[in-house]
Write a protein that binds this ligand. Sequence first.
Ligand SMILES: C[S@@+](CC[C@H](N)C(=O)[O-])C[C@H]1O[C@@H](n2cnc3c(N)ncnc32)[C@H](O)[C@@H]1O
Length: 207
Amino acid sequence: MRLRNLKNKDEIISNCNYLIKDIDNLDVCTLFDNDNPIHLEIGMGKGQFLIKMAMKYPNINFIGIEKYENVLARAINKINDYEINNIRVINMDAIDVSKIFNHNISCLYLNFSDPWPKTRHSERRLTSGTYLKSYENIFVDKKIIRQKTDNVGLFESSIVNLNQAGYKITEISLDLANSEIDNETTEYEDKFSSKGIKINYLKAEKE
Ligand SMILES: C[S@@+](CC[C@H](N)C(=O)[O-])C[C@H]1O[C@@H](n2cnc3c(N)ncnc32)[C@H](O)[C@@H]1O
C-alpha cells in the first residue's frame, strides 16, 4: 500500500496508548484486562476491518499488525474516532510473529495480502510455506486462518500451501458478497467490490 507521507505520523504513533511498542519484552497475557480470545489481523492497512470487527464482537480482543508506519498512523487516526477498548496495534513485519505470540491467538485474518505474483517472490506471500510455518505456534489450540483476496493466483497458491501444511479448507466462496457467509469488509474489499470484482474467501482449520 503506497501512501503519501503523513506529516505528523511520528506524533500520532508516539501518542497512541494501544500501540504495543516494546515487542521484545511483550507478555501477550497482560495486553488486555480480560481473558477473552485474541484474533490477529496481519497487514491491517488503514484499520477498517479491525474497527468493525472490534465493535461487532466486544468479547473478542483484536490485534492488528502493519509493516509501514505511514499506513499504521492512518489506522490509528481512524481508530481514535471511536471508543474501542479491544484493539491493540503493532508496527512490525509479519515474519516475526512467532517471536511475539506463543499459543495466544484463536484466529488469524489475512485480508487482501500483497499477492507477490512472480514465482521467484512466492515465499513472500503471507500464505507461503515459510509464513505458514511461522504461524504454527501462535495459535492457542486449533489453528484457524481466514483469507480474503481479489487475486486468483494468490488464492490458488494459498489453497495448495494450506493443504500441504495440513490445513483443511472448511469454508470457501468465490463470490463472498453474494454468499451467506458473515462478513465485515476491508478498505480494499470495498474498492474491488465497487468495480464489480468478485472476492475469494476461505477458512482453513488445523487441529
Ligand atoms: C493490499 S493492503 C490491504 C490492506 C487491508 N488489509 C485491506 O484489505 O484493506 C496489504 C497491507 O499489508 C501490509 N503488509 C504487507 N506485507 C506485510 C508484512 N509482511 N507484515 C505486515 N504487514 C504487511 C501492507 O503494508 C498493506 O498495508
